[in-house]
Design a protein around this ligand. Structure first.
Ligand SMILES: Nc1nc2c(ncn2[C@@H]2O[C@H](COP(=O)(O)OP(=O)(O)OP(=O)(O)O)[C@@H](O)[C@H]2O)c(=O)[nH]1
Length: 215
C-alpha cells in the first residue's frame, strides 16, 4: 500500500552477473541500469550497481554485482555466490567455450547455495552478431532446459532482451520470496496466543522489505 509520502515497501535482491571474460556482462548491466552502450573492452574486477524497477506493479530494489570473467579475479567468486539471490549466467553466441563455462559456474552456484532451484537466467549475448554465431540456439536452449532455467538471446549493443532478462530473474526471486512468506505464515500458524503470532509474522516480512519510491 503506498503511504501518503509516496513511498511503499519493496523487496531488495542481490543479483550476480556471471560468465566468461568478454561475453558482455558489463555492457548488459550498463544498458539495463544506465541505458548506455560501451564499445570499448575494459575487463572488470568487480562493479556494483543499485537500481529500482517495477515488476508486475511491485517495486524491486536490485543490487547488481557485475563480476570478473577473467581467471585472475575468480578468487572472489565463492563470496559473491553466497550473497547472490539470483544469477544471470551470460555467454556469447559466437563463443562455444563461453557456454561450456556456464556449466562449471552453475555447478558452483548450486554447491555454494546448496539449492537446486536458485533463480537463474541463461543469456546468449551478442545476438546481433548472427554472422559469427558458433553456438546453435537449439543447443543453448537444450542446456537451459536441462538446468530448468529460462533462456534468452540478447544483445547489449541493440538493447534486445536486456530488460527482459533482468525482469525474468526478478519474477523468479519474487516468487521464491512469496513462497517463503507463505512458509513463514504456516510456521507461525500454531498460535497459543493468536495476536502475538500475527505480530511476529508481520515483523518477519518487514525484515525483507525496504522503502522504495513509487515508479
Ligand atoms: N556486438 C556486440 N558486442 C558486444 C555486446 N556486448 C558486449 N560487446 C562487446 O564485447 C566486449 C566485452 O564486453 P564487456 O561487457 O566488457 O564484457 P565482460 O563480460 O564484462 O568482460 P569481463 O569484464 O572481462 O568479464 C566489448 O568490446 C563490448 O563492446 C553485444 O551484445 N554485441
Amino acid at each position: 500500500m503506498p503511504s501518503r509520502y509516496g513511498y511503499q515497501p519493496c523487496r531488495e535482491f542481490n543479483v550476480v552477473v556471471l560468465g566468461a571474460g568478454g561475453v558482455g556482462k558489463s555492457c548488459l548491466t550498463a544498458q539495463f541500469v544506465h541505458n548506455e552502450w560501451i564499445e570499448s573492452y575494459d575487463p572488470t574486477i568487480e562493479d556494483s550497481y543499485r537500481t529500482q524497477i517495477s515488476v508486475d506493479g511491485r517495486q524491486v530494489m536490485l543490487e547488481i554485482l557485475d563480476t570478473a570473467g577473467t581467471e585472475q579475479f575468480v578468487a572472489m567468486r565463492d563470496l559473491y555466490m553466497k550473497t547472490g539471490q539470483g544469477f544471470l549466467l551470460v555467454f556469447s553466441i559466437n563463443s562455444g567455450p563461453s557456454l561450456d563455462e556456464l556449466k562449471t559456474l552453475r555447478e558452483e552456484i548450486i554447491r555454494i547455495k546448496d539449492d537446486e532451484n536458485i533463480p537463474i537466467v541463461i543469456v546468449g549475448n551478442k545476438a546481433d552478431l548472427e554472422d559469427s554465431r558458433t553456438v546453435d540456439r537449439a543447443k543453448a536452449f537444450a542446456f537451459s532446459q536441462r538446468w530448468r532455467a529460462p533462456y534468452y538471446e540478447a544483445s547489449a549493443r541493440t538493447r534486445t532482451n536486456v530488460d527482459e532478462v533482468f525482469v525474468d530473474l526478478c519474477r523468479q526471486m519474487l516468487r521464491r520470496d512469496d513462497m517463503n512468506d507463505t512458509r513463514d505464515d504456516e510456521y507461525y500458524q500454531k498460535p497459543e496466543d493468536p495476536s502475538s503470532s500475527k505480530r511476529r509474522r508481520r515483523k518477519k516480512r518487514k525484515d525483507r522489505e525496504h522503502r522504495c519510491t513509487i515508479l
